[in-house]
Design a protein around this ligand. Structure first.
Ligand SMILES: Cc1cc2nc3c(=O)[nH]c(=O)nc-3n(C[C@H](O)[C@H](O)[C@H](O)COP(=O)(O)OP(=O)(O)OC[C@H]3O[C@@H](n4cnc5c(N)ncnc54)[C@H](O)[C@@H]3O)c2cc1C
Length: 516
């Protein structure tokens, strides 16, 4: 029997990110992943600025940027079209670049298998991480002292038993770990059969290039799709594509003419060579709890949804940042196990809001638009309403997950994915970078653990000096004034625990922020 601090089931992006977060913090981690190599399905491409902050925290940002496939000049955003992918009606969508000033890293875009390759390489450098590639999860039990995880060779007969203080299921939307832990999930009624195609076509590159400026993805809405999308994304520039769209219930590989389907989606015939054909069920599902005893779920095992807006891999990485520092702090005896309850309290409402206020809202808005306007019914009214739509699409910049009202941040409120981007330092919100006098930004000055910024607040800085925090002092001047607070306590995941001008008992702030 082999013992660890944490066993992670599933070495996809979220499992590997969590392993790195924990391993870097000194926890002994086992990762159980059934595949020897990342699977070559080009999903999960759209990586936010916040995700790149996490990748940088995990020590592999240059490697990830170098693994990008599409040249840097091609816009990360996309186009929405009407009817078919080649259409006279289109507008730009996904202006995530607009929120760049509020983050310390620029966004990026690359196929998920490349991201996974980079994370696997980084994990291999960390001695605290032991990987069991080619092994499957086979059972979970737990008691007050720890967890036992049974694993079996994916393509062999061998079995092993692993023990740990905690276990985390990062094994995707069909998570066997979640079921074994007894965690149920609530699903919304989007049940739709979706086709996923990967194909090569230089002709499609030419056709799109003749019509539009180069974009990373193109999605069409159409009256017969009821608010769901025909979604076409680039894998590289000029040859490889991935595509997903709803197909009639009961469609199987045998009865699906993928070429004809693609021709209809694009709006004309073109040459293509299909290299992957798969199906999945589109639904929104949320685990009813992210924790049972010593077992947790993260990533798609905790929440799954259609890939509309790039919230999947990015939300999963944020789960890893949130859970990672908390597990490490408890394992090191720095705080009480009760801190771990805040993982569910912060992350579950954020996903519920992501699903409600963004993903399902996009579907509902498209559906309502298509019900009201039709090119065939009234072309003039349709065109007027269509070209007014891009204004509404800026809603995406309101995606600002925050933990207002969490038990471990100061102040009231309700954790939500819906917020606004501001430089003002607000408890529960991600801290936006501002310049320090020494040439760094506050983002670059963050320590590995808690960081306390004191701007012309010497009494607060000295009250904190005995505590395990990185202290950064500076004048309350220049860009730092944008924070509207002389002192800010920032958590290891970059979120503000407290911000203010004065505090009677700074030690009590740290206790609150660590659940003590
Ligand atoms: C077509 C498509 C496009 C997408 N595009 C985007 C996008 O642009 N942006 C975005 O943010 N998200 C996107 N997503 C969603 C994104 O891919 C997922 O959210 C992401 O993969 C979740 O990562 P994960 O690590 O939680 O789960 P997964 O990637 O599913 O990884 C789970 C891992 O667990 C392993 N595993 C499963 N069962 C076991 C077992 N029993 N034993 C051992 N190992 C096991 C699997 O092999 C896998 O490696 C897209 C999804 C699809 C389908």
């Amino acid at each position: 029997m082999t013992s660890f601090d944490v066993i992670i089931v599933g070495g996809g992006p979220v499992g590997m990110g969590l392993a790195i977060e924990l391993g870097q913090r000194g926890a002994n981690v086992a990762v159980v992943e059934r595949y020897e190599q990342p699977q070559r399905v080009p999903k999960g491409q759209n990586l936010t600025q916040r995700t790149l902050e996490s990748i940088a925290a995990w020590g592999c940002e240059p490697e990830l940027r170098a693994a990008r496939v599409v040249p840097r000049g091609v816009a990360n955003g996309g186009l929405v079209t009407y009817g078919a992918l080649l259409s006279d009606y289109h507008y730009d969508w996904f202006p995530r670049e607009k929120v760049q000033p509020f983050y310390g890293q620029a966004l990026d875009r690359l196929p998920q298998y490349e991201t996974e390759r980079v994370l696997r390489a980084r994990a291999a450098e960390i001695p605290e991480i032991t990987t069991f590639y080619g092994w499957s999860f086979a059972g979970l039990s737990q008691n007050d002292d720890g967890v036992t995880v049974e694993i079996a060779e994916y393509k062999g007969e061998a079995h092993k038993t692993l023990e740990a203080a905690y276990a985390v299921g990062c094994d995707g939307s069909r998570s066997a770990f979640r079921d074994a832990a007894g965690i149920t999930q609530t699903m919304s009624d989007h049940d739709r059969r979706m086709a996923l195609l990967v194909f090569n076509s230089t002709e499609l590159h030419r056709l799109l290039g003749e019509r539009y400026e180069e974009r990373s993805f193109y999605n069409a809405i159409s009256p017969d799709l009821n608010g769901y999308w025909l979604f076409l994304g680039r894998v590289d520039l000029g040859r490889e594509w991935f595509f997903h769209a709803p197909v009639p219930e009961g469609t199987t590989e045998d009865c699906f003419d993928a070429e004809a389907f693609m021709h209809r989606a694009v709006g004309q015939e073109f040459d293509l060579e299909i290299t992957h054909k798969g199906f999945w069920d589109l639904r929104v599902a949320l685990a009813d709890s992210y924790r049972v005893g010593r077992a947790f779920v993260a990533g798609d095992a905790a929440h799954s949804h259609p890939p509309y807006g790039g919230y999947g891999i990015n939300t999963g990485f944020e789960d890893a940042r949130n859970l990672g520092w908390k597990l490490a702090a408890v394992l090191q005896g720095k705080t009480v196990p009760g801190l771990l309850d805040s993982y569910d309290a912060e992350r579950r409402p954020v996903f519920a809001s992501t699903a409600r206020d963004f993903i399902e809202k996009f579907i509902e808005e498209d559906r309502a638009f298509l019900e009201e306007y039709s090119l065939e019914k009234d072309e003039v009214a349709f065109a007027k309403a269509w070209f007014a739509r891009p204004e509404g699409s800026s809603e995406i910049v309101k995606f600002e997950p925050n933990y207002e009202g969490s038990p471990i941040v100061a102040g009231d409120g309700q954790p939500s994915a819906m917020g606004d981007h501001r430089f003002e330092a607000r408890a529960g919100h991600h801290l936006a970078p501002r310049a320090l006098r020494d040439g760094r930004t506050t983002y670059e000055a963050l320590g590995d653990g808690f960081t306390f910024f004191a701007f012309d607040a010497p009494e607060l800085a000295s009250a904190m000096s005995e505590l395990p925090v990185t202290i950064v002092t500076d004048s309350y001047d220049g860009e730092r004034r944008d924070y509207a607070a002389r002192a800010i306590l920032v958590r290891p995941d970059g979120f503000v625990a407290w911000a203010g001008d004065s505090c009677d008992d700074p030690a009590a702030l740290l206790k609150m922020a660590t659940g003590a």
